[in-house]
Design a protein. Structure first.
Ligand code: PMP
Length: 288
């Protein structure tokens, strides 16, 4: 699904067939979760593939690397250029792009700041498919910002997302809504949440979540569309009392949420502000 015999990837300065790209088993990233990565989408437009908010993603990659004391021998513009080259080599238009920076072979807990860059891309349709989303409140809290850099995209942080998603699936739900250590609403396993209440949108304040690039795009879209959108401290009761809700993320895009903990939101997705924003979003990603 992610690659076939013809797939080309970028590894350590070289273009290789995915089948022959290999790394050792003694990587610190593998054992201790010290890697940083991005999830980026490109969309086919009338003038060719467009890497959606490429700069913002690579600026976040560099920021994430800095939090983990990893140095990266590429500038944002070079990374953007490599990404277009990757798409071209794989003849991809609509694609999901995964840059990963992993560290060296080292079984100790000292960080060698040397990093290796892996870039790959594949055709990834709708992350959740077409069906409406049913969320469950997770028993797992988001990591404490006093313990790690929650605002960075670090591989090790995703153990939390994996556990929360597994528990949600085991209970028959599509995804989990995680609270922070204070019991306030944070985010889903790989996406941010917005709720609609009385014609106003609310999304949790930053501090205990990954401040998504799509989250910011939605906040900006709201401003240009004259929709009131506020960043706020939200309780679970606030979400349960909402008229509608949706998730945002690069993989997830904008996806309506039908229910939380079995309680259905009263407003139909098509009648919600989220659906209107989604339409605008779809036009923007496909614009030349
Ligand atoms: N939260 C988490 C935990 C995520 O993994 C993601 C996906 N990167 C998001 C939020 C959404 O971020 P973005 O819109 O930048 O993809």
């Amino acid at each position: 699904m992610y690659y076939d015999d013809n797939t080309v990837v970028f590894l350590n300065g070289e273009w290789l067939k995915a089948q022959s790209a290999k790394v050792g088993l003694y990587q610190q990233s593998f054992h201790y979760g010290n890697g940083v990565f991005e999830g980026i989408r490109s969309y086919q437009t009338p003038t060719g593939p467009k890497v959606w908010h490429a700069k913002a993603h690579y600026e976040r990659l560099l920021y994430s690397a800095k939090t983990m004391h990893i140095s990266i021998p590429y500038a944002v513009d070079e990374l953007v250029e490599l990404t277009y080259e990757l798409l071209e080599k794989n003849q991809l238009g609509d694609a999901y792009i995964r840059p990963l920076l992993y560290t060296s072979e080292n079984m100790g807990l000292q960080i060698d700041d040397e990093a290796h860059l892996f870039l790959c891309a594949w055709d990834w349709g709708s992350y959740f498919g077409d069906k409406p989303l049913h969320l469950v409140t997770s028993q797992y809290a988001r990591p404490d910002p006093a313990s790690c850099h929650v605002e960075a995209k670090v591989t090790g942080h995703y153990a939390n997302s994996l556990l929360a998603m597994k528990a949600a699936k085991q209970q028959g739900f599509d995804d989990a809504l995680l609270l922070d250590k204070n019991g306030h609403v944070a985010e889903a396993t790989g996406a941010n949440i917005f709720i609609q209440k009385g014609g106003v949108l609310f999304t949790p304040k930053t501090g205990h979540l990954l401040p998504g690039i799509t989250r910011q795009i939605v906040i900006d879209l709201c401003q240009s569309m004259g929709i009131s959108c506020q960043e706020a401290t939200l309780s679970l009761a606030d979400v349960l009392a909402a008229d509608a809700a949706f998730l945002t993320g690069t993989a997830v895009e904008i996806k309506g949420v039908t229910s939380l903990d079995g309680q259905v939101f009263p407003l139909m997705w098509q009648e919600s502000l989220g659906a209107t924003i989604h339409q605008q979003f779809n036009q923007k990603v496909r614009a030349a």
